[in-house]
Design a protein around this ligand. Structure first.
Ligand code: NAP
Length: 302
């Protein structure tokens, strides 16, 4: 029996664990894969106060060390359900069940897919959702990035240093991501930006070998031969397993304000999986602090 179970070991969840431990509560962090969440895919964080440059992996490792040093327990199992009886929450995983007085949902988000035929089969066979993880396999080769947000722009910049040629395919004529990254990208000689276009077909044998790109304005179709396709079209919140317990908005985010309280007593939310205006590392860690503070208040009977 723990005071607080944090589901998700990203920056929000691990910060929640730090705050809860500093309030002398027993804390279990349940993480499905590896601590750090999506930030571990970021090669260089430049917008988090104190460190001018730090890799996402180093950032996550240091926060985990800090939480562990304060006495937070970590278990690597995926939470599939929360059951509630007499105010006690039991978080069920494939192998075990853990109980607590309060739960913080810090499950973050997962990659959005394009929804094309064969997309799943070709993942790992030419399709990737993580340029920093898989970029090196495409050294000297031809790749394309789909998307127009910060992830797509940063992925394209990263890949421009590795691949011989990078196409960036975006469905509109202006980027959602930061202008500074877009400006840097436009200066790269091996980058070709294709605006107002969608990837409409994946052409493959065992691996992906080409894509069809359809121009949204005139309907023309272009076939691009390539070795890798990096899909960076945003993320979707990972709240499916808790949808029956807490209120979600139409996009699947847990509805909560700055106090990180959900519609369910004793269940709090922190990070990218809640409704919020700005999803950044700094707002995720801020959520962790707030959710833990509210959870501690709840556990103390406040
Ligand atoms: P995002 O900001 O939601 O951008 C997703 C992009 O994919 C948009 O340009 C969108 O087009 C496009 N898109 C969505 N669905 C599509 C589809 N089915 N087909 C084609 N294109 C599609 O996602 P993100 O880039 O992953 O970023 C997520 C959050 O993390 C953002 O808040 C971002 O600022 C933040 N982030 C920050 C940093 C940083 O600060 N260094 C780095 C990475 C990410 P439209 O623009 O037309 O909607």
């Amino acid at each position: 029996m723990f005071d607080i179970i944090v589901i998700g070991g990203g920056p929000a969840g691990m910060t929640a664990a730090i705050y809860a431990r500093r309030a002398a509560k027993t804390v279990l962090v349940l993480e499905a894969v590896a601590c750090g969440g999506q930030i571990i895919n970021t090669p260089d964080i430049e917008n988090y106060p104190v460190e001018a440059h730090i890799s996402g992996f180093d950032f996550a490792s240091r926060v985990q060390e800090q939480a562990k040093g304060l006495g937070a327990e970590f278990v690597f199992e995926k939470a599939v359900e929360i059951r509630e009886e007499n105010g006690i929450k039991t978080v069920v995983t494939a192998r075990n069940a853990y109980s607590a007085k309060a739960v913080i949902l810090a499950t973050g988000s997962e990659n959005r897919k394009l929804g094309l035929e064969d997309e799943d089969r070709l993942t790992g066979r030419g399709i990737s959702y993580c340029a920093t993880c898989d970029g090196n396999f495409y050294r000297g080769k031809t790749v394309a990035v789909v998307g127009g947000g910060n992830t797509a722009l940063e992925d394209a910049l990263y890949l421009a240093d590795i691949a011989a040629k990078v196409y960036l395919i975006h469905r509109r004529d202006s980027f959602r991501g930061e202008e500074a990254s877009a400006a840097r990208l436009k200066q790269r000689e091996n980058v070709e930006i294709i605006y107002n276009a969608n990837v409409t077909k994946l052409i493959s044998e065992k691996r992906l070998k080409a894509i069809e790109v359809t121009d949204k304005l005139d309907g023309s179709v272009r076939t691009i031969e390539l070795n890798g396709l990096f899909i960076a079209v945003g993320r979707v919140p990972e709240n499916r397993n808790f949808a029956s317990l807490v209120e979600l908005d139409e996009a699947g985010y847990v509805i909560a304000g700055e106090d990180c309280r959900t519609s369910a007593e004793g269940i709090f939310v922190a990070g990218d999986n809640r409704t919020k205006a700005l999803r950044q590392l700094v707002t995720a860690t801020a959520d962790g602090a707030m959710a833990a503070t509210e959870a501690v208040r709840y556990v103390n009977g406040g």
